[in-house]
Each structure stands twice: as structure tokens, then as C-alpha cells.
Design a protein around this ligand. Sequence first.
Ligand code: NI
Length: 137
Amino acid sequence: MPIVTVTRRLRFNAAHRVHNPALSDEDNTRLFGKCNNPNWHGHNYVLEVSVRGPVNETTGYVIDLGQLRDVVEREVINQTDHRNFNIDVPYMAGINPTTENVVVQMWRVLFPAVAPARLIRLRLWETENNYVDYEGE
Ligand code: NI
């Protein structure tokens, strides 16, 4: 039976301040630049959710992408869209909201939520030029 990867793209926007309180203000500015601005700033994020599995003989689908969208919206987008990662988003509590840290926390929420579909990759775009991939390692 053929094994296929399918991907759903979702968009949201959110504010953040990338900041490590264990470091000095000077070091935070040096490390994080504009993303360390004290009064927040926003990004238009794009999240790509990929699941992999056999093609169902009856439906011809690996997963209904509308169902996958509903799960991702319920589990992460609704808690995140138009919010501030530093103060509003439960799964980011106490975690510095770099794109890397966000994608790992999203994985921890989504991996069990999409089961029995098998989540194999999250790709999170922070800007048109920068994205991170996480595959659960
Ligand atoms: Ni930023």
C-alpha cells in the first residue's frame, strides 16, 4: 500500500518578545536584536502540518485535510492567533518564544491530538525568509 505525506498550511499572527531573563539586557539586545524590543512586536506566521500514512482504499485519503485543519485550529491556532506568546499562550508559559521553541511546543500538543494519524513534520515560518522544521527528535 502506498505511503504518502500530506500537508495542511495554516496562518496566524502573534506578538512576542524574545528574551532570556537569565542574561543581561545588553546580552539580550546583542543576541536577539529587534526581537528583544521590550514592548513586543508581531509576526505573520505560517504553520505547515505534515502527516504520513497509507492511502485508505475507500477514501483515497491519508487523512481528511479538513479534519486535520479542525484539530490544529482547536489545539494550537485558537490559543495563539492574535495573542502574545509571552503572556497569553498556555503551551508557551515560561518559555522564550523563539520560532524553534514554539515549534517544539506545538509538536508536543499536536502529536497526540492528530493520532492515529502520524505527525512527521511541523514547519513554522516566522517571516518569508525564515522557517524552522521539527520532526520530533
Ligand atoms: Ni520576532
